[in-house]
Write a protein that binds this ligand. Sequence first.
Ligand code: ASP
Length: 357
Amino acid sequence: MINRGTARSHAALRVHVLYTGGTFGMADRGAGMGPRSGIGAEIADVITRYDELTGRSVELRYAEFDRVIDSAEADPGTAFRIAEWVRYSVESTRPDGVVVIHGTDTMAYVGARVAFELRDLDVPVLFTGAQIPLGHPGSDAQRNLHLALDSIAAQPGPGTYIAFGSALHPALRASKRACDDYDGFTTVREFTPPPSPAFLPRRHSTTTRLPVGLFTVFPGLHAELLTAALRQYPGGIVLECYGSGTMPHGAEVIETIRTATRRGTPVVVITQCDSGSVDLERYLPGRALLDAGAISGGDMTREAALAKLAYLVDLGFSGGQLRDWMMTNLLGELSNPATTTPLPTAFREDALTARSR
Ligand code: ASP
C-alpha cells in the first residue's frame, strides 16, 4: 500500500468502478441479506473520503450491473459481462485502473476468468468487496475500496488483482479462505508470471461454449458420480485430487476417465493441498490417471485451473494442444512446469537430518 499523506497530489486518479453486487452493498431482507442496487451516491461519498484522507483526487466513472447479484449466482457469463464492460470502458477513456465490486464467494473464480479474458489489457483491474455491508457497524467496505484505489495509485502493472483486507492478491493465485475475517483471501501460491507472456495463438471463440466443471475426489467416490459429472461437463473437468495427484483408482473410475479423455473431454488434475504440486508419476494412482489421459494441472488453484480450462476450450483448443497450453505458465497461474518434479527440497535427506539435529 502507498502511504497516506495530506498533501494534495497533482494528477487526479482516473478510476472506473463497476458494481456487480455482493455483501459490499447488501441490505437485510428479513430472511437474510440480499443485493441492493443504486449505490452510486454512496460510492461517490467513499471516493470523497478517500480524497480527504489522502489528498489525492479521483475522477470517477461509475456503472452497475442491470441486476446486481449475490455472487453465489455467478455463472460462466458473469466473467464475460465484466470483461466486456472493462474492455469497452478502458478502450473508450483510458483510466488508470478499473475497480470491480463483487461478492466474495466467487470473486476468485470470476477474477481468474477475467484475468484470462483481459490478458492483453494494459490497465490494472482490481476486484474488491466486503465482509460487512457499507454503512453497517464494523464494515470493511470503505477500507477495501480505498485499498483498491491505493493499489491503482501504486501502479501495480497490468493484470487482475483482488484488493481485500490488508493485501493485494493476484487473482490467478487467490482463494477465499475466510468468511469470518477481514482478510478473506489468501494468495495460496507464489505468483511468478513468465518473463514475457506466452504467445497464445488467437482463434475464433466458439459460439457454443462447452461447459467445464470442477470435481473433488473423496474416500468412497463412486464411478457413477464421476461419469455423471463428465457427461454434464463435456468441455472438461478439473479433478481436485489428493496430495500429488492421487484418487480412489479402482478399474471403474479409471475406465470412466479413459473413456472421457478418448472422446475428447479433458480431465485436468490439481491438488487439494495448499502447497506442493501435482506429480502424476510419483504414485501408482497418479500413474493410472496419466495413462488414462489425464493432464497435470501442476500447482494451479482450483479457481485458476477452472478458468484456464474454460478459456482454452472456448478458444477452440483440444487434444495435445490443449494439454500443452494447460501445462504452460501463461500469466503466472502456474509456477512449476506441470511435469514430473524432483522430490520437493523439504523431503530431501539433508533437510531431514537438519531437522532431527
Ligand atoms: N454471498 C456474498 C456474495 O458473494 C458474500 C460476500 O460478498 O462477501 O455475494
